[in-house]
Design a protein around this ligand. Structure first.
Ligand SMILES: [Zn+2]
Length: 212
């Protein structure tokens, strides 16, 4: 699935950094829709295609890879939310200068408690969590700079509920914002899952005003 690559505009540019398809909707869908309604330009950077997600039996054709299926679902969701710019980490323009194109894979997870996730065994050498932070952050920073993001939205340090890819995305987003060196970049930490306490209720403009 190719990245949506609308050219940056003069509107307020907000970059959201997520781990898997559907996270953009589940964690920030309402925020994105409201920001877009208020005239902001919102981009979604997704680190993996969620190849190791749980599937309801029969919901996905068996001859298709789950990652490709989820990438299509993501594209449809972004269209509904009004997102004009998106990329997968490792695909241009979310690719650091001089670095080879790369597909970061879903690292998987196991439930440690009914509400807390932890690393799955055998994540594999291409998993997001196996990638050196400096490399993933360089790819994210390239996209941040391309999009001219003025605010960056990603998970808290616990990834909301402990999923290793969400934790990695927090680290990548923080490092990318730092690396981009834009004084106007602001990191807004959100929680997802059972602890969805810090999501703003409304309006989006006051949420951003408080954060920048
Ligand atoms: Zn996720």
């Amino acid at each position: 699935m190719p990245a949506v690559s609308a050219e940056p505009t003069e509107a307020l540019c907000v970059l959201t950094v997520h781990a898997h398809p559907d996270d953009e909707t589940l964690a920030t869908g309402a925020l994105i829709a409201e920001l877009v309604a208020e005239g902001a330009d919102v981009a979604v950077l997704t680190a993996t295609r969620g190849e190791r997600g749980d599937v309801v039996r029969g919901a996905v054709a068996q001859d298709r890879g789950l990652g490709d299926h989820r990438a299509e679902e993501r594209a449809a969701a972004l269209a509904v939310l009004g997102v004009r710019s998106s990329a997968f980490l490792g695909d241009p323009p979310a690719l650091g200068a001089g670095r080879p194109r790369r597909r970061y894979l879903d690292s998987g997870m196991v439930w440690v408690t009914p509400e807390v996730a932890g690393p799955a065994p055998h994540a594999g050498p291409d998993a997001l969590t196996a990638a050196p932070l400096v490399e993933a952050a360089a790819d994210a920073a390239a996209y941040l700079e391309w999009f001219r993001a003025q605010a960056v939205v990603s998970y808290d340090a616990f990834g909301g509920y402990g999923h290793p890819d969400h934790v990695a995305c927090h680290q990548i987003a923080v490092a990318a914002a730092r690396r981009a060196g834009s004084p106007s970049s602001a990191m807004i930490r959100i929680s997802v899952g059972p602890a969805m306490k810090s999501m703003p209720t409304s309006p989006a403009s006051s949420f951003l005003a408080a954060a920048t």
